[in-house]
Design a protein around this ligand. Structure first.
Ligand code: CUK
Ligand code: CUA
Length: 762
């Protein structure tokens, strides 16, 4: 049948374009290579990334969205973008910031009582169990406003935002300990720890501080527990990136820093700028912290409360022997612990060297009390020579290091050289280099900061895209380049423009570890994971008034909302709850009321709500914003905002003219459609369909729709008995609507079974 249509269409087209007899021969691979100027190498790269329709990716990457305040999710190796995940920034498509439930999440990120509706996301981290990515949660920081967000990977929704009680900015986060006991972050720009406290810059050394916060993660609750979290006061050096120890170094954390000069600029006052003063000395400090012991000290009451938050002060940390410094070369960046937990690699941004520190040597120095000096705050400094395993010159501007599945192999980004260096950090040998596009920042290998990296691919997160893509104005996209690292020589595979913010870091996880749900338990508030008080079941929809507060308890299912008319008085505060009654996968309904700036995205089972003051008289259509079925456009209703004291007119709705003949025609249409449904049911049950959970849920959903028919049938028959042909016809039409949805699901199930070679049982 289909092929007949195709043939007919082709014939028509050929006639229309005057194509005579000869059909052009299909292009061969050689033809395409020639036409597009592709080399063998290009074809090889293409075949490593091309993902045919219906096939999926091996790894899922979570990239920071930089100044967009979001997270970008894409597949590897296809580099197809799968989702922009709303985190710190309102995102209308997901109703984020436009429905009441997500507004509660954003409220958690308020600072000094004010909404902060943007974020500068830098470092995502996947939750770990035993140092392995477990695929349960994702965390990400906001550098601009010191915050951390918790995302649940069961539904890929942001659940919580917490604000640092003591920092004014924050860069080194989010990082997790090997069992995700803590999610930690460090301050970047030193400032007084007390909130809203002014000290002049002349008191920088005395009153300004850096620090590190360990947020306690309650995995059971899936939330950070601020009451059990704590910070450690640190000197006003710009604490930068961090990493948690693992294996032998578990229980410790490492943080690089810059500007240990404690320089304060003021170029407008004739002083040399920050950039000069902050890079003047040859070394800065790697901070080495025993966080396990710190947590015990806090539990023993040795912390001080600042802004209601436990802070372990520097002198206590020094006295208790949990805080040490080690020199690191010139304006370092990155602190990356090797998968075996034995080494910490720090790059010197303004130096060609990367330094590989040995945890064993660090411990030996601490045990022996071998320190070369103390910093101005009395923190013991371990000599570089006493802590160093090896130092390697890799190239200009080394920044970040990621690890391979093969032991001792690391990859370091070279910002100034625009290269990735592959090297052996045990022996200190460079193995290979590959040029990437301009100015690489972070780089990422598959599960590359876990105890068990997967190798295979590396993504270079380049800062500049300059000439790489078709120009789209002075603001360019970012360029993520996919590199094959499974062989000795690295091979560049693909350039992907990322059109959202400037991603810093990204993490990639084996796709098989992610098992997100397809629907919620009916009536769930997805932001709290609890039953929503506004949820109702089918048939229980209602509108309640309490003074000037009107609350709608509504439902959505293909293709109508209940209720369809909402009447309020001007000045009423209106809350509309919607529960999506669908069980079918991907049957989302959206909801908006025109001109009231509200929107929700209601996935199957979810209950969400919007709230607004109906502050203007008038007629405001509401409708479904997601194309959910053939009658999606009809998924509509009216919010009537009546003037105060409005009296009903006593008129009735205009009637259309329906006859008995129309009704008979409806009955015929219903009978014909039922025959199609019976046929499809026959086909589905001729297969072993119960072996396919997706089909089972489609069949269940089809029965849901069909199950609504008897009630409605009774209605059209009752109306017909009274010769009320309008109601008889319209209720009969509604029977047909349910039939259409039943048939639609049945056909989808049938196609699925055919495409997946289901076994015949009849
Ligand atoms: S930082 Cu951006 S390149 Cu925020 Cu991790 Cu290094
Ligand atoms: Cu529901 Cu469109």
């Amino acid at each position: 049948m289909k092929s007949l249509i195709v043939k007919a269409t082709t014939a028509l087209l050929m006639a229309a374009f005057g194509v005579g007899t000869a059909l052009a021969a299909p292009e061969t691979l050689q033809d395409v290579m020639k036409r597009r100027g592709l080399s063998q190498q290009d074809l090889l790269a293409a075949s490593k990334t091309y993902t045919p329709s219906g096939k999926r990716d091996e790894f899922i990457a979570f990239s920071s969205g930089g100044q967009s305040g979001q997270v970008i999710i894409y597949g590897i190796p296809s580099m197809r973008i799968l989702k922009y995940l709303a985190v710190f920034t309102p995102e209308p498509w997901q109703g984020y910031g436009y429905d009441e439930e997500s507004k509660e999440v954003l409220k958690g990120g308020r600072i000094d009582g004010k909404d902060i509706t943007w974020g500068d996301t830098h470092h995502p981290a996947v939750s770990e169990t035993g140092g392995q990515y477990d695929g349960q949660f994702l965390f990400i920081n906001d550098k601009a406003n010191p915050r951390i967000a918790v995302i649940d990977l069961r539904d890929f929704e942001t659940k919580q935002i917490v604000v640092s009680p003591v920092f004014k900015s924050e860069h080194g986060g989010a990082f997790v300990t090997p069992n995700t006991d803590y999610v930690f972050q460090t301050a970047q720009y030193a400032a007084p720890l007390e909130p809203r406290k002014f000290y002049p810059l002349e008191e920088f050394n005395e009153k300004y501080r850096g620090g590190i916060t360990y947020w306690k993660f309650d995995r059971e609750a899936g939330r950070i527990d601020p009451a059990k979290s704590f910070s450690i006061e640190l000197p006003p050096y710009s604490q930068d990136l961090s990493d948690a120890g693992k294996g032998p170094s578990d229980g410790w954390s490492f943080t690089n820093s810059f500007c240990s000069e404690r320089y304060v600029g003021g170029i407008e006052q004739g002083r040399p700028p920050f950039e000069a003063g902050c890079s003047a000395k040859d070394t800065d400090y790697l901070h080495v912290i025993n966080w396990k012991k710190a947590a015990e000290l806090v539990a023993q009451g040795k912390a001080q409360k600042i802004n209601g938050h436990d802070v372990l002060m520097m002198d206590t940390a020094v006295k208790e022997g949990i805080l040490f410094l080690i020199p690191e070369p010139k304006s370092p960046h990155g602190a990356d612990v090797s998968p075996d937990g034995k080494y910490i690699i720090v790059s010197g941004k303004l130096d060609t060297h990367v330094s590989v520190y040995s945890f064993e040597k660090i411990q030996a120095a601490i045990k022996a009390g071998r320190f070369e000096s103390k910093d101005p705050y009395g923190i013991p400094v371990i000599g570089l020579k006493d802590a160093l395993h090896v130092q390697v010159s890799l190239g200009l501007g080394p920044l970040h290091t990621q690890y391979d599945s093969k032991p001792c192999i690391g990859y370091t980004s070279l910002y100034v050289d625009s290269q990735v260096a592959k090297w052996n950090y045990c022996e200190g040998k460079v193995l290979d280099k590959i040029s990437v596009h301009y100015n690489i920042g972070h780089l990422m290998t598959m599960e590359g900061d876990s105890v068990d990296p997967k190798g295979r691919y590396l993504v270079a997160l380049n800062k500049l895209a300059i000439d790489r893509f078709n120009p789209v104005g002075p603001l360019h996209p970012q360029n993520h380049q996919l590199i094959d690292i499974s062989n000795d020589k690295m091979q560049l595979l693909y350039d992907m423009p990322l059109p959202l913010g400037e991603p810093h870091y990204a993490v990639a996880i084996d796709a098989a570890k992610l098992k997100p749900g397809v629907r919620y338990r009916v009536g769930t508030n997805s932001r709290t994971d609890k039953p929503h008080p506004g949820a109702v079941r089918a048939g229980e929809e209602k509108i309640e008034r309490n003074g000037n507060k009107v609350t709608v308890f509504g439902t959505a299912i293909r293709s109508h909302f209940t209720p369809e008319i909402i009447e309020v008085e001007v000045g009423d505060e209106v809350t509309i709850n919607m529960t999506n009654l669908e069980r079918a996968q991907d049957e989302t309904h959206g909801f908006t009321v025109s001109t009231y700036n509200v929107h929700m995205s209601v996935e199957p089972g979810k209950t969400a709500s919007v709230k607004f003051v109906a502050d203007k008289e008038g007629v405001y259509p509401y409708y479904c914003t997601e194309f959910c079925s053939a009658l999606h456009l009809e998924m509509q209703g009216y919010l009537l905002v009546k003037p105060k004291g409005w009296k009903a007119t006593g008129k009735t709705l205009a009637k259309a003219n329906y006859t008995e003949k129309d009704y008979q025609a409806q009955l015929k249409k219903i009978a014909d459609t039922q025959a199609v449904i019976d046929q499809v049911v026959g086909i589905i049950t001729s297969y072993d369909y119960k072996a396919f959970p997706d089909v089972v849920s489609m069949v269940e959903d089809a029965f849901d729709q069909a199950g609504k028919i008897p009630d409605v049938k009774a209605k059209h028959e009752a109306a017909a008995a009274k010769k009320d042909w309008e109601n008889a016809c319209l209720w009969a039409e509604q029977v047909w609507q349910y039939q259409v949805k039943t048939a639609d699901l049945g056909l989808r199930a049938k196609t699925y079974l055919e495409q997946n070679n289901a076994r015949k049982v009849k």
